[in-house]
Ligand binder design. Structure first.
Ligand code: DHB
Ligand code: FE
Length: 312
């Protein structure tokens, strides 16, 4: 039996009441948002004839998701993080701002408080036996096209098992392994040594994976390295590079891969390269410059201040 009641006067008044639109207290903004979201949900229940069993299965899933702390994991999987990026891109297009280095999603696994190093940092602690040594380096370039001395490069990535420190289910990694803040030198150059990360997968059996499976999707990301780049007079850039050799480079469940962010790891085994980068044997090299954009009327019009992140 199919019934449609969401557009009745009784339900419309009920929606206003549950959203607090018939009282003077609370936050007008929250009321407006909740009213819209609830209205759309009531309508969806009506139009798709969602059964009580389906509804309560969704509530149980939300409880599981929250208990596992995974709201921030399914959010990119459902494309919301990328959608927010597309909106920022559209706002920039309207303002006539070009982003030479594209932004892309932060993901849920940043931790503040990483050790700060000048010019160069070693990110890994040498304990991952499968790690292929990696050197990544480049220049932070300002809106005027000139290198930005002292720019801040925050970098984080996972190990060869796909685990991030602070979120490692085996507990094996020390705090801040593969997480550093590098202050670029007087020519805007940054450089780090680490290991080539593997791809990442959402926790097996988790509520996040359950929903993706129901959608016929996987929960895998290609190998990638995250960055926040900041400097006075410029907007903070949130981005990642994705490694070209990973078969999933264009099949990312979190939709973070973008043109302009795909990097080759170049194998170096010649003595000159090994010496130039102070390495002890063959390594992979990535060279990548980050191009920042200017503040808009003196402010960063896109910085995300409210996000609650883990603290190290
Ligand atoms: C997720 C994990 C990541 O490492 C990332 O960069 C983005 C999303 C996730 O589990 O949702
Ligand atoms: Fe990640």
């Amino acid at each position: 039996m199919s019934v449609k009641i969401h557009d009745s006067r009784q339900v419309r008044e009920f929606l206003e009441q549950v959203s607090g639109l018939d009282n003077e207290q609370g936050s007008p903004r929250v009321k407006k948002i909740i009213h819209r979201v609830l209205s759309d949900l009531f309508r969806t229940i009506d139009e798709l004839d969602i059964t009580p069993d389906e509804y309560w299965a969704a509530i149980a899933w939300l409880n599981d998701l929250g208990a596992a702390g995974q709201a921030g994991l399914i959010s990119p999987g459902l494309g919301l993080d990328h959608f927010l990026d597309l909106r920022l891109d559209a706002i920039d297009a309207q303002l006539g701002i070009d982003n030479p280095t594209p932004r892309t999603i932060e993901g849920p696994l940043y931790v503040s408080g990483a050790p700060v190093e000048q010019g160069f940092a070693r990110l890994d602690d040498g304990s991952d036996p499968d790690g292929q040594p990696l050197v990544m380096h480049g220049t932070v370039v300002g809106a005027d096209g000139k290198p930005v001395a002292g720019a801040q490069v925050e970098v984080w990535h996972c190990d060869t098992r796909g685990f991030y420190s602070h979120f490692d289910p085996t507990g094996e990694q020390k705090p801040f392994n593969m997480r550093r803040t590098i202050i670029a030198d007087d020519q805007g150059r940054y450089r780090f040594r680490s290991i080539v990360p593997a791809g990442y997968g959402v926790p097996p059996g988790s509520p996040t994976e359950q929903l993706l499976t129901a959608l016929g999707r996987h929960g895998q990301r290609p190998a990638h390295i995250h960055f926040f780049i900041s400097a006075p007079g410029h907007r903070k850039l949130t981005t990642q590079i994705n490694l070209a050799h990973d078969p999933l480079v264009n099949d990312d469940f979190a939709h973070a891969t973008r043109d302009g962010l795909i990097c080759q790891v170049t194998e170096r085994s010649d003595q000159a390269s090994i010496k130039a980068h102070d390495m002890d044997g063959p390594f992979g090299e990535i060279e990548f410059d980050f191009r920042l954009t200017a503040l808009v009327d003196g402010v960063d019009n896109q910085v995300v201040a409210q996000r609650r992140r883990a603290n190290g």
